[in-house]
Design a binder for this molecule. Structure first.
Ligand SMILES: [Zn+2]
Length: 163
């Protein structure tokens, strides 16, 4: 039997697998996609457990410790964090549904949060903003003024025309 008649098909894209008898996927790309899905499933399954939470807390503590003692690592982590924020904001803004969903969650949270919780949030926001790079701050400000411009334009369009 030649490889072409192999009965297995790729779990990711459905193409026949000609790599080997035990392969689950047809290519490196599909193999990675499958691994990602498996990791995601594992995460979904374990995220609520005490063991997982303990492991996460340990990892966070280790990272904090390293950031405190290794200036080079700290600088790299700070840079990566800023880039991740810019990327996440861009991704979120590109999806209006996700943005609307997030805004609704934020409104719901605000409606039910205590004054102490709100102050904690404001403090975290201030800290977050203070640590942003000048470019990221400029991007945020530009985004806000563009939104304001759009809102005003929409308002103007709705106003009755005055003679
Ligand atoms: Zn495939």
């Amino acid at each position: 039997m030649t490889a072409e008649y192999h009965p297995n098909i790729c779990t990711e894209c459905g193409k026949p697998i000609i790599l080997g008898a035990r392969a689950k996927t047809c290519s490196e790309k599909c193999r990675r996609a499958r691994l990602r899905k498996q990791k995601r499933l594992l995460y979904e399954k374990n995220r609520g457990t005490d063991h997982f939470k303990a492991q996460q807390a340990k990892a966070v503590a280790r990272r904090k410790e390293r950031r405190a003692t290794d200036p080079e690592f700290d600088a790299q982590a700070a840079e990566a964090g800023k880039k991740a924020v810019i990327k996440a904001v861009a991704k979120r803004n590109a999806d209006p549904d996700r943005r609307a969903d997030q805004l609704k969650k934020m409104r719901d949270w605000k409606a039910s949060a205590s004054e102490e919780q709100k102050e904690k949030m404001r403090e975290a926001n201030r800290r977050w903003y203070a640590e942003l790079s000048p470019e990221a701050k400029a991007a945020l400000i530009a985004e806000k003024s563009e939104k304001r411009r759009q809102r005003n334009a929409a308002k103007k369009a709705q106003e009755p025309q005055r003679a």
